[in-house]
Write a protein that binds this ligand. Structure first.
Ligand code: PGA
Length: 248
């Protein structure tokens, strides 16, 4: 089963609209791979400018979050339809920073995953353990649980289109990348739990990314592991280095 690789840049709270357009200008002519889905996820306010700037390229655009209601009195939140109207195709759901600083839980993550699917947005569902959890030896248990709850009541056909990003929290922004063996072990376990919930067919279709200090030097080894279908990239997606990650 050949899964198309997917490399997504999570710009986090960086890049104003003007800076975002400048970055796309730097990247776009150098990114010409067609066998990899390339996605950038700017802050909400830069989405319109970035969507305009990527026209005619094969860079796709995602949001970093969205709310799970359609509209209403949710000050500061963004609804799925608003993203769809702009032309956004992907949405990161349940990033560890959202879980840590903005009180997202496996239950709200599940609501968002279902809502994204309902609106035909591709969820990039983030799971991963803290250092304390890894040292306790509960990484696989925890990631299995996060995956199961996030996919609760998601139909098999829809689950095939979900992208799952395994992001060990201790590797995010720390320069301490998981080894390819560590990343592969957990990405494989994620695929196994998807097979248990649904079927081998669904598990073979789901794309599982690794994220956490991915850079131009380690992308090739990571993305060539059997169960790693690309990466979710933070810091290194804010610079030209993103090109060498995409062209791993
Ligand atoms: P990092 O972030 O590449 O800066 O470690 C990854 C992420 O949080 O998605």
């Amino acid at each position: 089963m050949m899964r198309k690789k997917i490399v997504a840049g999570n710009w986090k709270m960086n890049m104003s609209p003007a800076k975002a357009v400048a970055l796309i200008g730097t990247l776009k002519d150098k990114i010409n791979v067609t066998d990899v889905d390339v996605v950038v996820c700017p802050p909400y306010v830069a989405l319109p400018a970035v969507l305009e700037a990527v026209k005619g390229t094969n860079i796709q655009v995602g949001a970093q979050n969205m709310y799970f209601e359609e509209s209403g009195a949710y000050t500061g939140e963004i609804a799925p339809d608003m993203l769809v109207e702009l032309g956004v195709k992907y949405v990161i759901i349940g990033h560890s920073e959202r879980r840590q600083y903005f009180a997202e839980t496996d239950v709200t993550v599940n609501k968002k995953v279902k809502k994204a699917i309902e609106h035909k947005l591709v969820p990039i569902l983030c799971v991963g353990e803290s250092l304390e959890e890894r040292e306790q030896g509960i990484t696989i248990d925890l990631v299995r649980l996060q995956t199961k709850v996030a996919l609760k009541d998601v139909a098999a056909e829809d689950a095939k289109g979900v992208v799952i990003a395994y992001e060990p929290i201790w590797a995010i922004g720390t320069g301490r990348t998981a080894t390819s063996a560590q990343a592969e072990e957990v990405c494989k376990a994620i695929r196994e739990v998807v097979a248990e919930i649904y079927s081998q067919e669904v598990a073979d279709a789901v794309r599982v990314q690794y994220g956490g200090s991915v850079n131009g030097a380690n992308a090739n080894e990571l993305f060539n592991m059997g169960n790693i279908d690309g990466g979710l990239v933070g810091g290194a997606s804010l610079k030209e280095e993103f090109v060498s990650i995409v062209n791993y």
